[in-house]
Design a protein around this ligand. Structure first.
Ligand code: FMN
Length: 218
């Protein structure tokens, strides 16, 4: 009887030890996983023409579009929502050249840039691209394509192995050629369509912007 009791006590201890062992194994796995997650950072890269107009307080990114939200440009608005949801860093692609603050002259300049396949010089520089696994691009469609400044940007950095998600604001062209262009410039990245949002619908699109990121697994 006595021996039986000792054996059962030993068995209980053995069971407790093995449970404790499992526990520490599980927490070790969790620690590795959270370390991996911590290492993965997201970045939102955007082109907002108002931040390229040389206006001193352009940080508010007022759109040059006559019927835009007066505080934020459409593109910057979408970029802010994506960054807020992902907890991402933000990078504003800015040119040395100052675009006009009016819509029509800007469209003329942009058309010329596109016809001449120009690469407007950039004045902002992205550092430590290595730390980012996911990069969301937000740009307005300009003449059915990304602004030429974004070509300069893609020529300047290598996004191989990264997940890129493209959000576009537009006034009828939807994605235009934007996704195709980015695919041709970044052949070794995984590129997904985010959303193409008509400027008339940007104001109410916050949930859609986030829902699309969730659909893509973020
Ligand atoms: C230079 C220029 C070219 C544009 N070209 C197009 C176009 O080809 N198709 C389109 O649907 N919208 C076009 N638009 C409209 C913008 O894509 C749209 O208004 C966008 O939401 C503006 O974003 P923002 O407020 O950040 O500037 C153009 C606007 C500009 C300034």
């Amino acid at each position: 009887m006595k021996r039986k009791r000792i054996v059962s006590v030993l068995l209980i201890f053995a069971a407790l030890f093995s449970l404790a062992g499992c526990g520490s194994q599980a927490s070790a796995t969790q620690d590795t996983e959270s370390a991996d997650t911590a290492a993965k950072k997201s970045l939102v890269v955007y082109f907002a023409v108002a931040e390229n107009s040389g206006v001193a307080d352009a940080v508010t990114s007022a759109s040059i579009n006559p019927d835009s939200d007066p505080v934020h440009g459409y593109t910057r608005t979408v970029a802010d929502w994506a960054a807020e949801y992902l907890g991402a860093d933000m990078f504003s692609v800015q040119t040395v050249f100052d675009y006009p603050t009016e819509y029509q002259p800007t469209t003329d300049i942009a058309l010329n840039e596109q016809r001449n396949n120009e690469r407007p010089e950039l004045e902002t520089e992205l550092e430590n691209l290595d730390q980012y696994d996911t990069v969301v691009f937000v740009a307005p469609v300009w003449w059915s394509d990304i602004p030429m400044a974004m070509y300069t940007f893609f020529d300047s950095y290598d996004f191989s192995g990264k997940d890129l998600i493209v959000y576009i604001t537009h006034y009828g062209s939807r994605f235009g050629r934007c996704v195709q262009t980015i695919r041709s410039l970044e052949t070794n990245a995984t590129i997904s369509e985010g959303l193409a949002i008509n400027q008339t619908q940007v104001a109410g699109a916050r949930n859609d912007v986030i829902a699309r990121l969730q659909e893509l697994g973020y």
